[in-house]
Design a protein around this ligand. Sequence first.
Ligand code: HEM
Length: 186
Amino acid sequence: MLSTILKESTKEAHLRLEKKVVQKMKAIRSDADYADFLKYFYVYFKSVEGAIAPYITSNLLPDHAERRNSQYLKQDIEALGGNIHELPRSVAPEINHTLQALGALYVMEGSIMGGSIIVKMLEKSGITKGLTFFSGYGESTGQMWDKFVGILNAQAQGPDDEAQVVDAANATFANFAEVFGEMVSA
Ligand code: HEM
C-alpha cells in the first residue's frame, strides 16, 4: 500500500528533519525563542500550502478546510507576543500535479503525529502558550490521519504513481530541513 511505502521510503528524510527540529528546540528558553522557532514552520507550511492549493480540491479531500494549516502558526506566534514580519528563507518543493501535492500533504499532515512529543518537550522548557499548532487534532488525530491515508492510498494507480508521491514527500522533508539551515555541532 502507498502509505506503507511512503513511511518506509521517507524514514531517513524524517530523521534528518527531526534532528534539526530537536536541535532548534533545545535552544528554546522563552516565549520569544519559541515564537522564533514557530516562524520556521509558518514560513514553510504557508509556502507548501500555496504550492499544493491548486491540486487539493474539496472533491479530492472533502474536509480540507477543517484541517490544520499555517493560520494556527500565525495565531500561536501572535499569542506569544511575536509577529510574522521577518521570516526565514523558505523554498517550497516543485508541485505540478495531484500526486505530488498529496506527497507534500502527507508530510504536513503526518507532522501532527510527532506533535504530542513536541508539546511535551516544550512544556519541559516552561512553554505553556501558543501550542495549538502542535496539538493537532487532539483526540481526533488518529481518525483524521486514517481518513487522509484512505484518500491517499486510493489515488495511486501503480508503481509510477507511487514513485511520484514518494519523491514529492522526500522533497518536502528535504526542503523543510533546508529552512532550518546547517546543523550546529555541539
Ligand atoms: C521533534 C520532532 C519530531 C518528532 C519527535 C517526530 C516524531 C514522530 C513520531 C513518533 C511519529 C509517529 C510514528 C508512528 O506512530 O508510526 C511521526 C510520524 C510522522 N512525522 Fe514526525 N516527528 C517530528 C517532526 C516531524 C516534522 C517536522 C515533520 C514534517 C513536517 C514530520 C512528519 C511526520 C510524518 C509524515 C509522519 C507519518 C509517518 C507515517 O506514519 O507514515 N515529523 N513523527
